[in-house]
Design a protein around this ligand. Structure first.
Ligand code: PGA
Length: 251
């Protein structure tokens, strides 16, 4: 099953509007390179930059870094999916380990957010990954299985079309200690096995699974050559258009 490769930049709490503007001025480099390679690319700016980026890039999907699961209401500081839809956002990153660690986001909350996005026919990039302590204890697969199973509870076969899973070992994020390509392949393959048991082999073979954690222009190609790694979710190396374009060129 041929799966279109996907590369998404997660800007986190970086890039002001002024900096986003600089990025957009050279974003055609990224769009051009991704078109040549037949790769899907996306970027997840801060809420403040989202609209500017959406209006000033072409050929690059715009994602949100989170979304609330309620349509609207008294949820101070949150952003609702219809608001994101209004500015042309295609989907959201859900369950990033920084949200799990600092905002107490649970698998159950991720599940509500994923289902809310699917109800709007939007994509969910669902992040899963073990902490360093869990890795050291050798319980990575148990952790991943629980995150995938609980996060996707109640998502039907059709909904799966809008799901992308990102395997991001917490110990590899922003540390420069990227997981080996063998670890990335092993866990991405395992995620596909979990999806097979939850759905069916054909359904699982369609889902794109990304690796994330210290992906840089000089190591991205190693991951993307692995059979079950269909893309990358990139933080630090996605902040400038030049670096992002290097990532695409090196796939
Ligand atoms: P990093 O972040 O590339 O800076 O390690 C990845 C992520 O958190 O998605």
């Amino acid at each position: 099953m041929a799966r279109t490769k996907i590369l998404v930049g997660n800007w986190k709490m970086n890039n002001t509007i002024a900096e986003s503007k600089v990025f957009c001025e050279s974003a055609s480099l990224i769009a051009q390179a991704s078109k040549e390679k037949g790769i899907e690319v996306g970027v997840a700016p801060s809420y403040l930059s989202i609209q500017y980026v959406k209006e000033h890039v072409e050929g690059i999907d715009v994602y949100s870094q989170d979304a609330h699961y309620k349509e609207k209401g008294a949820y101070t500081s949150s952003v609702a999916i219809p608001m994101l839809e209004e500015v042309g956002v295609v989907g959201a990153i859900i369950g990033h380990s920084e949200r799990r660690a600092y905002e107490g986001e649970t698998n159950e909350v991720c599940n509500l957010k994923i289902k809310a996005l699917l109800a709007h026919n939007m994509k969910a990039i669902y992040c899963v990954g073990e902490t360093e302590a869990q890795f050291d204890q050798g319980i990575t697969k148990e952790v991943i299985k629980e995150q995938v199973t609980k996060g996707l509870e109640g998502v039907d076969h059709d909904g799966l079309d809008n799901i992308v899973i990102a395997y991001e070992p917490v110990w590899a994020i922003g540390t420069g200690k990227n997981a080996s390509k063998e670890i990335a392949q092993d866990i991405c393959h395992y995620i596909r096995e979990v999806l097979t048991s939850l759905y069916c082999p054909k359904c699982a073979s369609k889902v794109r699974i990304m690796y994330g954690g210290s992906v840089k222009p000089n190591n991205i190609h190693e991951y993307l050559l692995e059979e079950d790694v269909d893309g990358a979710l990139v933080g630090g190396a996605s902040l400038t258009a030049a670096s992002f374009a290097e990532l695409v060129k090196n796939i």
